[in-house]
Design a protein around this ligand. Structure first.
Ligand code: IPE
Ligand code: IPE
Ligand code: MG
Length: 244
């Protein structure tokens, strides 16, 4: 897949990625699952750089779900440690490409050290303008929506918001992703065809792209293939082809 086959004026504004298959990648090599996660960080870097270089404006990566807390403690601990070391290591990459970092999810559940490191990198990159990179950490879409409902209900109870004034935008504005546009393209690696509680509201009209490639093997050419596939589709948003 050649980069020149892409129309850079028709890139998705917001790409979300379910980075799946680290454990199976490791198993295939006869390694421990955590080695797959380690290897996955390289795919993260390459994906971030590819998107930034192409001119994608928003990239959201599913790194740890609310459900992932149920994994064995040793795996959860390793993932958290990997998060801290990656944040440290990738700061120069973020600065080089002028990428701002943010995070969505129940961040207060992360270990102190991870929270601190995250805050620091978010602060250091906040003025970067090229691309907005968001890590979904301890993230669950149902939790996010439940939280939004609570916040909105609170405003109604206090009399700050009329029931009739609750619009789709009201809900949008109470999500963790309130400052981001809707997802245009959602990619999932590893051959699983499911959403696993990621950005349910935000993908209402996203194009879904599934690939069998396991996350640690995901390279620039795989991202380009996903983008080409996206550009070959017709997004009708309910209209007829003729109306577009
Ligand atoms: C994705 O890879 C990484 C996380 C969920 C943190 P997995 O760890 O889910 O890998 P598989 O699906 O078991 O292969
Ligand atoms: C989804 O992957 C979460 C992340 C990639 C962080 P999982 O591997 O946890 O999803 P399921 O359990 O197979 O649906
Ligand atoms: Mg998985």
């Amino acid at each position: 897949m050649e980069e020149s086959l892409l129309d850079l004026n028709r890139l998705p504004q917001h790409i979300a990625v379910i980075m799946d298959g680290n454990g199976r990648w490791a198993k295939k090599q006869g390694l421990m699952r955590v080695r797959g996660h380690e290897k996955g960080t390289k795919a993260v870097r390459e994906t971030v750089e590819t998107c930034a270089e192409l001119g994608v404006k928003f990239l959201t990566l599913y790194a740890f779900s609310t459900e992932n807390w149920k994994r064995p403690k040793i795996e959860v601990d390793t993932l958290m440690k990997l998060l801290v070391s990656s944040l440290r290591k990738e700061l120069p990459t973020l600065q080089k490409h002028s990428i701002s970092l943010s995070a969505v999810g129940s961040l207060h559940l992360l270990p102190e050290k991870a929270q601190r490191e995250l805050k620091e990198v978010v602060e250091l990159t906040k003025n970067n303008k090229n691309m907005s990179l968001t890590l979904a950490l301890s993230y669950g879409s149902r939790e996010e929506l439940t939280n939004a409902v609570k916040l909105i209900a609170e405003e109604v109870v206090k009399g700050d918001l009329e029931l009739d004034d609750i619009q789709e935008a009201t809900i949008n504005n109470h999500l963790f992703t309130k400052d981001m546009p809707d997802v245009d393209l959602m990619i999932r690696t590893s051959g699983e065809h499911r959403i696993s509680n990621f950005l349910l509201w935000q993908i209402a009209y996203a194009e879904l792209y599934f690939t069998d490639v396991l996350w640690p093997d995901f390279r620039k050419e795989d991202m380009l293939a996903a983008l080409k596939n996206y550009q070959d589709r017709e997004r009708r948003f309910g209209k007829t082809s003729e109306q577009l």
